[in-house]
Design a protein. Structure first.
Lengths: 506, 337
């Protein structure tokens, strides 16, 4: 991974450059190309212009040379004619100028006609100047014959020189015309080439700009579309993967990360909300059941505190009158109802539950002259196990009201609390009677929580009013588990067993 | 992935533009390099520097011969590091040979090759040049009283012998007139040519045969006089001579053309001079029986040799004899010394 990263760092790819850098590189490239092309054209055109300049320069130079030659010839003639110092001075001046012009001419032997003519002019001019010098000298020495001869010679050479200059001018003009034509054709070709280059460069620049802008805009458009979908709640949609390091790549990856995070966050929130909702529902349900149980109990108990106090007062009175049996009865009754009221909204230990059942049975036995035979078999180790309150008493009440009441034989109720030995086992609470039994249909009805007879049961004066379904519901809510309560009956007159399984948290 | 594509296209476009630009530079520099390169290669040939400058001055009567001589001589001179230029005293020049010699002297030539035909004052000019240390090689004729360095050519005796032999061969019983058309100054009139031809005829037919041998000099006529003079000969009341001896190229071509124009093929036999294309064509067709010429290559070679030797060691041969080439329809060319 690190290797890869290193390699990537070493090799800078085009897509890794920032947009600014890309734009700069492209603009600089095109500008440099255009600039250089212009400079090249400029230099070439200048070169050609210089060529054209040379064309005229050479002709101008020859004109000067011819003029200087005339001056020398005139100077010589004037001196020979009037012999003034002024004309002599003019002669020397013009001679000097003529010589300086001659120095520019070629003196080497070359086949090039221009060069050869220049050489001829230069050497002939030297001969000519020798003759003019001689003429002047002889004139000063008044050697008439000699100066005439020299002047004649000079005149002849002057004609030759003019002839040469004319020929050279002609030759140069002819050469220069060719050069001029060549230069003209070059300029035309250069113009065409340059124009083609500029047009191509313009096209390429436009294309480059188009693709560059598209490279920036198209991810943005994609992003806008994707953002719209994400905004509508579709977190599955992502921007296409992009590993470039430029702004577009960075933005694309940031966007994708954002969408992923958003999705995770949304899922988490949804889960939490669902969980919370479930808990709330459970709480509400629990509360509703409790409320229902309490309401039903309260409906059957008018001012229980007043009743407990009254019962306590009764118990004390019975003690005073030595009626011990009555005193115990009244006390147990008081305890039973107190438990009922006190534990209505809390859970309780199994010990407390069993005690409540014993009190209830005692009360009933007093009422019904000891008709109910109650047996219990308790594993003392589970006494502190916590269970929802008021679960055993309603079961026992059911066994009394619907099991052993109105039977001809002696009614029996057996309560057993045992602990399964294996690890992770349950605490088994069994309430078994030898009463009328119960049909499977009724069992199903009870388990499903629908009871057409319920209303009648509740209206019976001696019920605590807490139905079996209520017990099942509260057990399930408390332990957050199903199938904690089971009703077993072998049929008519074969008794009923209600079996409660409580998770054992050893 | 889709974003990558446009980015790469940009790179491709950039590469394309760089390539096109490179192409532009290559084209521009290659094109102009070629143009200037051509210039410079031509210049290199033209701008070669030579140590010596020789001049060749010729007249207008042997155009093809002088062209051939000049081409060869120029090559030979270049091999000796000398430049040879040609000055032709023909119709479009305002100067004659004297002027040209003057000009060559004034221009400091290192040597002059001069066609000498006895022009007035030309021998003095040769002397003047010699005085100024400029060697002059004469060709065609030898101004033997002048201070010329060397003569390259055939002397009149040899030339007369060759022409005489050719004339003698053509002489028959019908021959009455033989006309020699020369192109020389009067100074050279009394030369061996006439005598040699005359003697040859005499030897062939014996004395008192009545064959008239005449010479007509065409020099000092103005530009187109040669042609007119030749036509006059053909139109004369006595009729043209049976044998017409031409001593230069232009005269030969004029005579040949006049003979064809006046339908006198077979009546007039022309002995020509030099082997120009026109003359050789006529010889091939049998219209001109024989033409005599000097070996142009030898003229060129010896002239340059003379000038080079003089320039290098200060002296050279006074005479260089070149071969004469006699060309006729039957036997092609053969040379006589």
């Amino acid at each position: 991974m690190a290797q890869l990263e290193k390699e990537r760092k070493r090799k800078i790819r085009w897509q890794d450059l920032s947009l600014t850098a890309k734009v700069l590189i492209e603009v600089i490239l095109m500008t440099v190309i255009m600039f250089t092309a212009n400079v090249v054209m400029f230099v070439q055109v200048n070169r050609m212009a210089a060529g054209i300049g040379q064309v005229y320069e050479s002709n101008v130079g020859l004109g000067e040379l011819a003029a200087a030659l005339d001056e020398v010839q005139n100077g010589t003639y004037n001196y020979l004619l009037v012999k003034t110092s002024d004309s002599l001075e003019k002669y020397y001046k013009s001679e000097e100028e003529f010589r300086s012009l001659l120095d520019r001419l070629n003196s080497r032997v070359m086949e090039n006609p221009v060069m050869l003519l220049e050489r001829n002019i230069r050497i002939t001019a030297e001969s000519y100047l020798t003759e003019t010098e001689a003429a002047i000298t002889h004139k000063r020495g008044r050697n008439v014959e000699k100066y005439r001869e020299s002047f004649e010679n000079a005149q002849k050479l002057y004609e030759y020189l003019n002839s040469y200059i004319y020929e050279l001018n002609d030759q140069q003009f002819s050469d220069n015309s060719q050069s001029f034509l060549a230069v003209q054709s070059e300029i035309r070709s250069l113009a065409v080439i340059s124009m083609v280059l500029l047009v191509i460069m313009m096209g390429v620049s436009i294309l480059m700009l188009f693709f560059m802008v598209r490279g920036v805009v198209s991810p943005l458009s994609n992003l806008a579309v994707t953002a719209k979908y994400v905004g509508e709640g579709d977190f599955n949609i992502k921007m296409p993967q992009n590993d470039s390091l430029d702004e577009v790549g960075v933005m694309t990856r940031a966007f994708n990360t954002m969408v992923s995070s958003l999705e995770e966050y949304m899922n988490l929130t949804r889960e939490n909300m669902e969980k919370e909702q479930r808990m709330k529902e459970k709480e509400l349900l629990m509360e509703a059941h409790l409320k229902e149980a309490q309401l039903k109990y309260l409906q059957s108990q008018i001012n229980p505190h007043f009743l407990f106090n009254s019962l306590n007062a009764g118990a004390q009175l019975a003690m005073l009158e030595d009626a011990e049996q009555t005193s115990i009865f009244v006390e147990k009754m008081a305890d039973f109802f107190r438990y009922n009221v006190k534990k209505g909204s809390e859970d309780a230990t199994l010990c407390e539950e069993i005690e409540a059942v014993e009190n209830y049975i005692y009360i009933l036995n007093v009422r019904f002259a000891g008709d109910i035979h109650f047996y219990k078999e308790i594993d003392e180790s589970v006494m502190e196990t916590r269970v929802p309150s008021m679960i055993l008493q309603p079961v026992v009440e059911n066994a009394v009201n619907h099991g052993i009441r109105n039977i001809d034989r002696e009614g029996e109720i057996r309560l057993s609390v045992t602990r399964e030995k294996e690890q992770g086992g349950c605490i088994l609470i069994s309430v078994k009677d030898n009463g009328k039994g119960i049909s499977q249909e009724t069992i199903d009805r009870i388990m499903e929580g629908r009871s057409p007879k319920k209303r009648e049961d509740v209206s019976e004066g001696d019920s605590t009013g807490i139905g079996l379904y209520n017990v099942i519901s509260r057990l399930e809510l408390y332990f957050d588990r199903k199938d904690l309560l089971e009703i077993i009956s072998d049929g008519e007159d074969k008794g009923t067993e209600v079996l409660i399984r409580i998770p054992d948290h050893r | 992935m889709p974003q990558k594509k446009p980015l790469r296209i940009e790179l491709v476009l950039m590469s394309i533009s760089v390539l096109i630009f490179g192409g532009f530079l290559v084209v521009v520099f290659f094109y102009f390099g070629k143009v200037y390169g051509q210039d410079s290669s031509e210049d290199a040939e033209l701008n070669r520097e030579y140590s010596y400058h020789y001049e060749m001055i010729v007249g207008s009567s042997n155009t093809a011969l002088w062209e051939d001589v000049y081409e060869k001589a120029k090559e030979d001179a270049a091999a000796e590091n000398a430049l040879l230029t040609l000055r032709k005293a023909d119709w479009n020049r305002e100067y004659d040979k004297n002027d040209y010699v003057d000009m060559c002297i004034a221009a400091g030539a290192d040597g002059i090759i001069l066609e000498y035909n006895g022009e007035a004052g030309l021998a003095e000019k040769i002397d003047e040049a010699a005085e100024k240390g400029i060697p002059v090689v004469t060709i065609m004729n030898d101004p033997n009283k002048s201070a010329r360095l060397s003569f390259v050519g055939v002397n009149d005796y040899q030339m007369g012998q060759a022409y005489g032999a050719s004339v003698a061969e053509l002489v028959n019983e019908n021959t009455k007139d033989v006309l020699i058309l020369s192109n020389r100054e009067k100074e050279l009139e009394k030369n061996q040519m006439y005598a040699r031809i005359y003697n040859a005829i005499q030897e062939k037919v014996g004395e008192g045969s009545g064959i008239s041998v005449k010479e007509q000099n065409l020099i000092s006529k103005s530009q187109f006089d040669v042609e007119e003079a030749v036509r006059n000969i053909f139109q004369s009341t006595d009729g043209p001579p049976e044998i017409l001896v031409c001593l230069d190229e232009v005269t030969t071509e004029c005579a040949y053309q006049a003979m064809v124009d006046y339908n006198m093929v077979g009546e007039v036999s022309i002995i020509g001079y030099y082997a120009s294309d026109v003359i050789m064509d006529a010889v091939d067709k049998g219209l001109i029986p024989v033409t005599i010429s000097m070996n142009a290559d030898q003229i060129a070679e010896y002239s340059i040799e003379a000038l080079t030797e003089f320039t290098e060691i200060g002296r050279t041969n006074a005479y260089y004899t070149v071969d004469l080439l006699i060309t006729n329809n039957r036997q092609g060319s053969n040379g006589t010394a």
